[in-house]
Design a protein. Sequence first.
Length: 484
Amino acid sequence: MLKFAELCVNLHPKLDKTMSMKQIRTLCTLLATIIIMASCAGSDNETILYSDAVITSFSLGNLNKYTVTKNSDGTTKTTKTTYSASSYKFIIDQINREIYNNDSLPIGTDVAHVLCSISTVNNGVALFEDLEEPDTYFYYISSDSIDFTSPRTVRVMSSDANGYTDYTIKVNVHKEDGDKFVWHQQESSDVVKAMNGLKSLYHNDNIYLFGDLDGKTQVIRIKNGTQWERIAQSMDFSSEAWKNVATTMYAFFLYDGGVIFKSMDADTWTQVSYQSEQPIKQLIGASSYELYALSADNQIMVSADGGASWKVEKNDKPTMLPSEEIVMVNYPVYLADNCEQVVMIGNLAEESGDNYAAVWRKIVDFDNVALGSIWTYMDRGSQDDYVLPRRTNYNLLCYEDGLLAFGKANNEGGKPYVEIFQSRDNGITWKEKKTSYAFPENLDNTAKTTISSVVDDEGNIWLFCVGTGEVWKGRLNRVAWIYN
């Protein structure tokens, strides 16, 4: 006996609705009769036909993927690989009769030759509309190769041949390489070019630049990435104050000449009266709610009340606390409510002779702040693999699902900005990922360049280049997909 699918193909490979919709119903009735006869031949159970015409699942099989690479001589090479697409979930919108994948297939996937699986309720028959002959349908079997380069209409006929439902299936494929980082040069800034030092922060949808300009720290607010405005002009901050700026979730803080200043908008500043267990040497960063500073004895201190009181925090290796080039980031702890990771990197004193950056972290539980927390040194032991080298002007960014770090190398006659390191384990190991993260090709990467960077709410990394005035904006393609 022919299989049900084989019988369908042999009886009627194509069904033309415009000529006779009755032919489709007749065929379905014939098939239903055959099912009943086959069922009755071996059983006394009654076979029931249904009026349901619903798709319950849709999935893809193995697909081909073509990758084009460029050889050193300028020629290109195309490589074919095969992967299983069964893990890509397809959403079935029963209200709008649409089937689609939110997670797009990788770039280069061949969707002109696709094997897919379709399940229906109560033996409903799936029919694909022909691409070349409108209103013409053919019966689908799982060994058919289907062209999904454009949305396809699938008609499901009920087993009793009295009704049908049309679905539109769209197979989404990425149009760009998700691992590629794309930079765009912005209009250069004479203000940034003239600065002698710069720290950039992102707060409440705006970028803030704190820099040494004309012998004092001045503040620039950038709205929408294009509107530059000089603010805090009534303040007389010293030329070194830009090094001592931090922002929590709700406010800015600046330490200058033994005085702590606070501002909600980085424009209007008020003095904070404070007490401290040890004299404050430098403000080094913040979490969402806590401020951190170095004491005169090079101990980490914390303030949980907006800078009003400071106490020394515990740490597990005081001799490895950095004293120079300190930067810090914070981000939520995965699968933990109201907790944050705080990661700090910096250099030991130059006379230490240490060729690597010191990496520290702590977890802050804001539901149990009174219990305190301990800073932990990421001890590399005797290992030289996957560590951060010593650099000046280090930048530390929380980006995508990890951390990025880069600094200025002392390369005699070479480019000072060489590599960008990534950590995906909260600062334990650091690796170069040249295929994804690299500096702009046309960056004026000379000794006169010093970069300050920041990440905005749309996943863009901004580079502000002191000495040249260059401004760059870029992001990883797959990060951009989140916001589109």
